[in-house]
Design a protein around this ligand. Structure first.
Ligand code: ADP
Length: 258
């Protein structure tokens, strides 16, 4: 804690009057440290795909371009890495937008069940690749008042993880209901699970349980930070239940605005 006396103008140092300015610098330092860590993580995350793209372009220029099979494979990798960069930049922008907000705008009333249906339509193709069934168990007429795009983003990030960290022929089920003046949304998968020692950290930016595996799956490492920030924006809370090898359930409770 930094305490420095601020003296009124024209007062001599031995003047007994004054104001003591107290600032909690440990909090300021902690924020600064988080910021520095974030910038260094962002730099690293951006550099990795760029290095890979440049490497493959160099190899193509050095002759691989003349081998159509190899060239096609390399172009495919360049495409994937460029898409990763695109997603990363979008997520960074989204996170910085919601982080600075105290309240959300464009609130409207919508039906949770049909919103989950809309999210499933977008996720259908990637679910099919692993033959994962998407189950909409949201009860009838659960209305929410919120920014609908924000809620779609939240549900989409959780369903996306439920598919990514799942096994072939698994399932992702979304439930939604009212409870004690709150809207409860649960997203449950039959996937690989999260070891309990990692659970306290999964909402941190760029934190991944298994770095290599998660990157290979195409995630940005920001999905759950975005979820957490959206939940905070609505004064809600989020809980995780997970059993390794059985699956994970995220439970979100948001005070009803209706
Ligand atoms: P990513 O883009 O890597 O998926 P997230 O912020 O969405 O980043 O998630 C952080 C980490 O939490 C993931 O890398 C993964 O290790 C773990 N995780 C998130 N959701 C699940 C889930 N449903 N099942 C198992 N692990 C998960």
């Amino acid at each position: 804690v930094n305490t420095s006396p601020i003296r009124p103008k024209n007062s001599s140092p031995d003047n007994s009057g004054g104001i003591v300015f107290i600032q909690d610098i440990t909090k300021v330092r902690k924020l600064e440290q988080l910021r520095t860590e974030f910038v260094s993580n962002v730099t690293h995350e951006l550099k990795t795909p760029i290095t890979s793209i440049r490497g493959f372009i160099e190899t193509l220029k050095n002759g691989s371009i003349n081998n159509p099979v190899v060239a096609e494979r390399f172009l495919e990798i360049i495409d994937i890495e460029a898409e990763r960069l695109h997603e990363l930049i979008n997520d960074i922008l989204l996170l910085s937008e919601i982080e600075t907000k105290l309240k959300d705008t464009n609130l409207e009333s919508f039906d949770l069940r049909s919103t989950v249906e809309d999210v499933f339509k977008v996720m259908q193709n990637i679910a099919k690749e692993k033959n994962i069934s998407l189950n909409n168990n949201v009860r009838d007429k659960v209305m929410m008042k919120a920014n609908i795009n924000r809620m779609k983003q939240l549900i989409m990030n959780l369903v996306d993880n439920g598919i990514k960290y799942n096994l072939q022929n698994g399932s992702v089920s979304v439930d939604g209901y009212r409870e004690e003046g709150k809207v409860v949304v649960s997203v449950k998968d039959t996937g690989i699970g999260i070891p309990s020692s990692h659970i306290p950290r999964i909402f941190e930016r760029f934190y991944r349980v298994d770095r290599g595996r998660s990157r290979g799956m195409g995630g940005t490492g920001l999905g759950l930070s975005i979820v957490k920030h959206i939940v905070n924006l609505y004064n809600g809370d989020i809980k995780v239940n997970s059993i390794v090898g059985e699956g994970t359930e995220f439970i979100i409770k948001i005070p009803s605005q209706e």
